[in-house]
Design a protein around this ligand. Structure first.
Ligand code: DAH
Length: 344
């Protein structure tokens, strides 16, 4: 039995030496050291021996078992280290590899500009008009009649205004000014609102003009409102919007729904005021029309012009964006060219 044990020890030691993988180690443990392993089967036969032999062979078997267990543990440690190293090597992440590109949507520059302008007017105490008071499909009543625009005014001509075939008096609004009427029909002064939205005009499309564009309408009606208030609010808006000084000019103008009327021009930054195709060679770009609300408009909605006065304005969102970001063609906003849009 002693020889058998010696042989087991020798075989097992050789197997341990030759083991390469952790799988080999498992096999060795199974073969020699497990409950059904070779060492145990010898121990089972001890009962047939004399007391003396039992003691000798038994302690030898235990000694061998201990030695083998230690050897197996040591070998396993080495193999495990090696296998771990290999695994780490194989699964190493190369952080210099380019990542996966996940395209990200962005807010359209005109929406960004509108949001910015709305924020500025919020800070000046104006509130936003709901969509129901600023519809894109309007009747002539709101788009023209109530704004003191005479029946024979050229702006009503189909060459300027898109008429809908729903009914003869329905138009795609040519200006956001109709929102003023909706609001004043509903609300009595003090009124301080803005209404952003899309407007449509039957224009020849070029670098300056598109057949739809965006406006932001503003209206303030209260007691003792003067041209000084109009100028103060709009100058403050320009200062906040451009965030830097820009040359501007107030020009007197005419709109049927304001008296007196003005327009504000901002120096063209595309040419630095020298004159280019965007500013039609003038060096200036008109950004808004404004004026003191006409007495006829106030009377039309039942506001007493002896008690109240107000000012209104309508600004072009595309123009304001072009002047801030030096966009030299209005069509860029509508081409959906990602190379352009991604710059904002
Ligand atoms: N609605 C005018 C336009 O589209 C702009 C405008 C001028 C709006 C004067 C106003 C205003 O509210 O008072 O050309």
């Amino acid at each position: 039995m002693k020889e058998q044990l010696e042989k087991i020890y020798a075989d097992a030691s050789k197997d341990i030496e030759n083991a390469v993988t952790s799988g080999d180690i498992d096999e060795i443990k199974n073969k020699y050291l497990s409950r059904k392993g070779e060492l145990n089967s010898i121990k089972k036969n001890l009962k047939d021996l004399s007391v003396e032999d039992k003691k000798n062979v038994g302690s030898l078997a235990n000694e061998i078992a201990q030695k083998l267990e230690a050897a197996v543990a040591q070998k396993f440690e080495t193999i495990y280290r090696k296998e771990l190293d290999e695994k780490l090597q194989k699964e190493k992440i190369d952080i210099t590899m380019p990542g996966k590109f996940i395209p990200q949507g962005k807010v359209h520059p005109l929406t960004q500009t509108t949001n910015e302008i709305v924020d500025i007017f919020h800070s000046l105490g104006f509130s936003l008009v709901g969509n129901q008071n600023s519809p894109e499909v309007e009747t002539e009543y709101y788009n023209f009649d109530m704004l003191n625009i005479p029946k024979d005014h050229p702006a009503r001509d189909v060459q300027d205004t898109f008429y809908c075939n729903l009914a003869s008096n329905v138009v795609l609004r040519s200006q956001t000014s109709g929102a003023q009427i909706h609001v004043m029909e509903e609300q009595k002064p003090p009124i301080r609102i803005i209404a952003p939205g899309r407007v449509y005009r039957n224009e020849d499309v070029n670098a300056r003009k598109n057949n739809f564009f965006h406006q932001i309408e503003g209206l303030l009606v209260d007691k003792n409102i003067t041209m000084g208030d109009l100028k103060g609010v709009l100058n403050e808006f320009i200062r906040l919007y451009f965030g830097e000084s820009r040359q501007t000019r107030f020009r007197s103008s005419f709109f049927p729904f304001t008296e007196p009327s003005v327009e504000i021009d901002v120096q063209c930054i595309m040419c630095g005021g020298k004159g280019c195709r965007v500013c039609s060679g003038t060096g200036w770009l008109e950004i808004l029309g404004a004026g003191m609300v006409d007495v006829n408009v106030l009377k039309g909605v039942g506001i007493d012009p002896e008690v109240y006065s107000g000012f209104a304005f309508g600004m072009g969102v595309e123009r304001l964006a072009m002047l801030k970001y030096a966009v030299d063609d209005i069509r860029q906003f509508f081409n959906n060219d990602a190379r352009f849009l991604n710059q904002f």
